[in-house]
Ligand binder design. Structure first.
Ligand SMILES: Nc1ncnc2c1ncn2[C@@H]1O[C@H](COP(=O)(O)OP(=O)(O)OP(=O)(O)O)[C@@H](O)[C@H]1O
Length: 490
């Protein structure tokens, strides 16, 4: 590691300390000392990087840095969503975070690797915007409970307005120093992982549309004017739009979709009326709303279904692409490589402290009954681990742990590597262990396992499984390996 890299790693940790698993304890200490401030919305506490330092901190990324800075534009200028993609560990995250450090602009960073469901992702973003950190004091609870997209939009708007006002009020100054602009950028890392946990396939299109959805108040007036054109009963239609335009605009701003969705709903709205030229106000308007209410949600759902249909088709295509590759695994991946994939998955998913309880001396799953008998203490341990696992997401592990799990699950006579006679099996075992590093390296290249930076304390490289539970279960099924028995469940 060269001299430029070392400070970079330290500084990145400072900015992201509240999201990285290892920093939970130090984060707790920090809360007691200092509440979060607006200054925590910019990268770290150190001085911003100069452009030259930025370029030299990321060799080979000059063009990408230049392009990113260009796309982000001058301070406080509107920016369309930017999608950054590229091979694993090619510096996407580092480049983006370092660019923000250089620009010294406020941002919120959430990784879909550590936030592995919609609720965690939404709450993580809101926590940062509301300068809220989970801690012992607040019982590790989030600032807001939020699971649904519609709730998230409302809470996000509220939080953004608050932050932007504060940023403006601070005129870029805070106790920790200055920062540029009064705009907050939302950065989503490892977005591709959303496909693994969002079975409804609505989160990705939603996130890509978030930029538009948040602009709703600006465009609502324009949409209203367009929709009002040629309406025979403008007062009635205007009253109707008062009730429905806002919730509909959260789902789509496309005129064709809006007109198609609003038209049948307007008919329902008119049903109880004898006189269509009426201007419903007060009690009358409330009565009409009550009649309309049961029809609003289904109509919005229908629009949502239509707007996400095309994305779903794309997703399905991608998914079928993925299942093709799963089928390919059936044919092209060796038995030992499959076991390695499963071992890595278990190492990432299960807390290391529970390894002993999952594997007995013969490599089989440990006796579950024995585990259940073990009293209050193990219950507490389980709860603590559950919390820990929840905070961490898929964990990293050293090579030794991977090999230990691999050995355990392959040495059990119940699940032999191949159906061979004993002598051949021994030979196979030897050659397996000798080329295992090669196989791990191949799995890293194929992106089944990702290789993280080395831990400065341990000095050894750490790995992480990148596959979803679905894929792990499919690989396990092909080996007739009972993966579920080895998985730590909440
Ligand atoms: N061009 C580069 N210069 C210096 N360090 C780099 C460069 N590219 C990657 N790295 C280092 O490699 C490691 C992985 O980088 P990073 O996490 O930014 O990659 P990524 O593309 O975001 O990875 P992933 O695909 O897993 O999301 C980091 O330690 C980072 O500092």
């Amino acid at each position: 590691m060269n001299k430029v890299d070392s400070p970079q790693v330290t500084k990145r940790k400072t900015r992201l300390s509240s999201y990285t698993p290892n920093a939970i304890e130090s984060a707790t200490t920090t809360i007691k000392l200092q509440p979060l401030t607006l200054r925590d919305l910019v990268f770290g506490e150190e001085e911003p990087l100069t452009y030259d330092d930025l370029i030299s901190s990321l060799p080979g990324r000059r063009n990408q840095i230049f392009e990113l800075v260009r796309l982000l534009g001058p301070v406080d200028s509107p920016v369309s969503p930017i999608f950054v993609y590229g091979g694993a560990s090619t510096g996407k995250t580092s480049t983006i975070l370092q660019v923000f450090r250089h620009l010294n602009r406020p941002f919120v960073y959430s990784s879909c690797r550590t936030c592995y469901n919609a609720r965690q992702l939404f709450e993580n973003i809101l926590n940062q915007l509301l300068l809220h950190r989970k801690s012992e004091i607040n019982g590790y609870s989030s600032a807001k409970k939020c699971e649904k997209q519609a709730d998230f939009v409302n809470l996000l708007k509220e939080a953004l307005v608050g932050v932007v006002d504060s940023l403006k009020g601070n005129s870029g100054k805070s106790s920790g120093g200055s920062f540029n602009g009064s705009m907050v950028y939302l950065i989503f890392d490892s977005l591709e992982l959303v496909r693994d946990w969002d079975k409804s396939s609505t989160i990705l299109p939603f996130l890509f549309k978030l930029h538009d959805i948040l602009k709703v108040p600006d465009v609502e007036d324009a949409l209203r004017q367009i929709l009002m054109r040629n309406q025979p009963n403008p007062k009635l239609y205007s009253a109707f739009l008062d009730l429905v335009l806002k919730p509909f605009c959260r789902v789509t701003r496309k005129l064709d979709e809006l007109s198609a969705g609003l038209s049948p709903l307007f008919k329902k709205f008119c049903e109880p009326l004898d006189d269509l030229e009426v201007n419903p106000v007060g009690e009358n308007k409330r009565k009409l709303l009550n009649c309309l209410q049961p029809h609003i949600a289904p109509a919005i759902n229908e629009i949502l279904r239509v707007t996400t249909m095309s994305s779903q088709v794309n997703m399905k295509k991608k998914k079928s692409g993925a299942s093709d590759s799963i089928d390919e695994i059936e044919f092209h991946m060796s038995t030992s490589a499959k076991y390695l994939v499963i071992s890595a998955f278990l190492a990432s998913r299960n807390p290391a402290t529970l390894d002993a309880s999952f594997f007995d001396s013969t490599g089989g799953p440990a006796n579950q009954k024995k585990k259940r008998k073990s009293s209050e203490k193990s219950k507490e341990l389980k709860e603590a681990l559950e919390e820990e696992q929840f905070m961490k997401g898929p964990g990293t592990f050293p090579l030794e742990r991977l090999l230990a799990i691999f050995q355990c699950i392959t040495s059990g006579s119940e699940y032999p590597l191949e159906e061979e006679d004993e002598e051949e099996e021994e030979e196979e075992d030897k050659s397996l262990m000798s080329d295992i590093l090669l196989q791990v390296s191949s799995l890293c290249s194929a992106n089944f396992i990702s290789k993280g930076g080395s831990c400065p304390l341990e000095g050894s490289t750490r790995y992480r499984s990148t596959i979803s539970e679905d894929l792990a279960l499919k690989v396990a099924k092909s080996l007739k390996f009972p993966l579920a028995k080895y998985l730590y469940r909440k």
